[in-house]
Design a protein around this ligand. Structure first.
Ligand code: PLP
Length: 380
């Protein structure tokens, strides 16, 4: 049996999305910047896609900018705000995705910003009082805190963080890559300057994403060299990617309730079966709180065992694709910067399983049985 449980890394493209993209790979090949009819038809497809994304997020098309994915959108938000708004300090957390953490660390190394990290508890939950006390200091600040963590599934209260940022006059960027298409974002009520999306996390194509940039904030172009994306990002657009992303988001929104219920049932099943078959199993972060975490992700903390180092390899041999992360116990393994921040036994292993609408209960049962065998063979 082949089982794909690495949907937080990337998802399979939905065949309906692929069908929507096909005309823009074949017959509709014009350059959207050309003024002739071949170009104009393609330009309209891009603008229709922008309108679709904007309507789903309850905002205006003028606030949506297409990018090459989540990493670029995060970079654009952070780097442009710092350069163009005289920001001298960034508040972030130590468990952001590298698209954010490496970017702000680099800016701190260059001396452009002071970087402050908000305190986290042993499960990776943000200390909101500490965040408020940092915000009170009066520096011109950008807060960059993700919506849901891609490794441990914790969800941050970005509504509350947005309110705090507004109260203290800070700019707010949230990396929403893992929740886009899985949770609704209403940009009329969310007090944020930037959120981001990446199509391949919600059954769209790879290499395309978007940045929502609040109309009240002006930034200079991120990529120069062309007038595309209203002068903000030069370069001929990834037309079929953009069309596919809009279709994928449309499907995700129309099926969200049904899929959330289904995927939560798979996650609950995995938790229950693991507790039955793997004595001593634990879960990292808040990922086992099915109703209050990113429901697509379960981070399993396996008991101390000689097999932990080889866990992903052994799962792979059994046809199961998942991803890992160890808390940096050996010199050669740089490990997971997220798990390293948690209060957990470093002797335990960590496997991240992440689900999609295409997974089945049979796949969950098969995976837990194989995992139990692997752990059982060498429990120390
Ligand atoms: N942010 C988060 C939370 C992610 O999980 C990812 C992808 O793993 C990214 C950003 C980067 O997105 P992309 O692959 O589109 O560059």
């Amino acid at each position: 049996m082949k089982v794909y449980l690495d949907n937080a890394a990337t998802t399979a493209i939905d065949p309906v999305v692929f069908e929507a993209m096909k005309p823009y790979l074949l017959e509709e090949f014009g350059n959207p910047s050309s003024i002739h009819s071949h170009g104009r038809r393609v330009r309209s497809a891009i603008e229709r896609s922008r309108k679709t994304v904007a309507e789903l997020l309850n905002t205006s098309p003028s606030e949506i900018f297409f990018t090459s994915g989540g990493t670029e959108a995060d970079n654009m938000a952070i780097r442009c705000t710092i350069d163009d708004h005289g920001i001298k300090r960034v508040i972030s957390s130590k468990i952001e995705h590298h698209a954010v953490s490496h970017t702000v660390e680099e800016l701190a190394k260059e001396g452009k910003i002071q970087l402050d990290h908000v305190n986290l508890d042993g499960e990776g939950v943000i200390d909101m009082d500490h965040l408020e006390s940092l915000l009170k200091s009066g520096e011109k600040t950008l807060v960059s805190i993700m919506h849901a963590n891609n490794e441990i599934a914790n969800i941050n209260d970005i509504e509350k963080i947005g309110e705090l940022c507004e109260e203290y006059g800070a700019k707010f960027h949230s990396d929403t890559v893992q929740t886009m298409g899985h949770f609704k974002h209403d940009l009329q009520s969310l007090k944020t300057h930037f959120i981001v999306g990446s199509a391949h996390k919600f059954h769209g194509p790879k290499g395309v994403g978007f940045l929502y940039l609040n109309n009240n904030l002006k930034i200079n172009p991120y990529v120069t060299g062309g007038a595309q994306e209203r002068n903000m990002r030069g370069g001929t657009e990834n037309v079929y990617g953009i069309v596919g992303m809009a279709k994928a988001l449309e499907i995700a929104y129309s099926e969200m309730g049904e899929h959330a219920t289904y995927i939560k049932s798979l996650k609950s099943r995995m938790i229950d079966r693991l507790k039955e078959l793997v004595p001593g199993v634990q879960f990292n972060g808040q990922s086992a709180d099915v109703e209050n975490s990113l429901y697509t992700v379960l981070s399993v903390c396996t008991p101390p065992s000689d097999s932990n180092d080889m866990m992903l390899f052994n799962l792979d041999i059994n046809g199961i694709s998942a991803s890992g992360g160890s808390a940096c116990s050996s010199g050669s393994d740089i490990g997971s910067h997220v798990l390293a921040e948690l209060d957990r036994d470093p002797q335990r292993g960590a496997v991240r399983f992440s689900f999609s609408k295409f997974n089945t209960p049979e796949e969950i049962d098969y995976t837990v049985e194989r995992l139990a065998e692997i752990v059982g063979e060498t429990v120390s």
